[in-house]
Write a protein that binds this ligand. Structure first.
Ligand code: FMN
Length: 267
């Protein structure tokens, strides 16, 4: 069914933006390992909103009930790939609309028959502004992969602050994905699948954890340019969290974040 191509989908209207860089880096890593790769700009194939063809005609027909050439184009690419890299910008702590519309329709049509079961995949959601939503933006992607019974690796929390290290990690994961192509690894059952997704890092962070992660990334990326108070603030926040003093910890994390944003501008 699937061939060996590693397919990269760029789910941003900005063709040369950060999403494109991350997806391209993964494909470069895959190509270095000998994979055939293909990159598709979703901006050229924007899926329409689901119109809810109750009682799920699409699920029976394995086809959207309404004409949607973009969905057909993307679906044909996805159903025949050997591995998938799906990238989205973070928009208000979520995916972009074009990525969301694709996932909504594909889930409706294919969740039951799971034609992508065991297909290796990797998702990116780049928080290119404030950095907020670096984890919550990833969750819908990984939920989609889980529902489609795909074998996901990663994720890599990606912001404008850690873009270079995220690009490096993306290349490595692209290579790793290539090693998984062809050897489809379906899950033995629902429990194994849920446990696999629960074992992936970052996705279960709560809001405080996500904000702590972001403040830590900015501090680390500033390196020698970081205000000494930032590392101290993070240590203090961790100690407060360990004592269950969440509000005070969050206040500390916010101070670190705000100092970091100022220092980032001054670098
Ligand atoms: C509607 C909208 C909402 C956004 N929301 C967020 C956000 O919640 N967090 C963030 O860090 N950046 C946010 N951004 C900034 C984008 O993540 C940033 O521009 C990113 O680089 C877009 O990816 P691209 O370069 O591939 O287009 C938002 C941008 C837009 C247009």
């Amino acid at each position: 069914m699937g061939d060996s191509t590693v397919l990269g989908l760029v789910g941003s209207p900005n063709r040369n933006g950060k999403t494109n860089q991350l997806v391209t880096a993964a494909l470069e890593g895959a190509a270095d390992r000998g994979a055939r790769v293909e990159l598709v700009q979703m901006a050229d194939h924007v899926v329409n909103a689901c119109k809810d063809c109750l009682p799920s005609e699409c699920e029976k027909n394995l086809k959207c009930t309404y004409e949607d050439a973009s969905l057909e184009y993307l679906t044909q690419k996805i159903l025949t790939c050997g591995a998938l890299v799906l990238g989205s910008p973070v928009y208000w702590s979520e995916t972009s609309g074009m990525v969301k519309f694709l996932m909504i329709k594909m889930t409706r049509i294919y969740a039951r028959t799971a034609p992508l079961k065991g297909v290796p995949t990797l998702g990116f959601a780049v928080a290119g502004g404030s950095g907020n939503g670096l984890v919550s933006g990833l969750r819908p992607l990984y939920h989609f992969f889980q529902t489609m019974q795909m074998r996901a690796i990663g994720p890599v929390p990606s912001t404008r602050f850690n873009l270079n290290s995220a690009l490096q990690r993306s290349r490595e994961l692209g290579a790793e994905l290539t090693g998984m192509v062809g050897a489809q690894q379906p899950f033995a059952g629902l429990e194994e699948r849920l446990a696999w997704y629960d074992s992936l890092p970052y996705l279960d962070l709560n809001r405080t954890g996500e904000r702590r992660l972001l403040a830590g990334i900015i501090t680390a990326e500033l390196g020698d340019n970081a205000d000494l108070e930032m590392a101290r603030g993070l240590a203090k926040a961790d100690a407060l969290l360990a004592e269950g003093r969440q509000i005070e910890a969050l206040a500390e994390i916010t101070r670190v974040y705000e100092t970091g944003i100022k220092d980032w501008g001054r670098r």
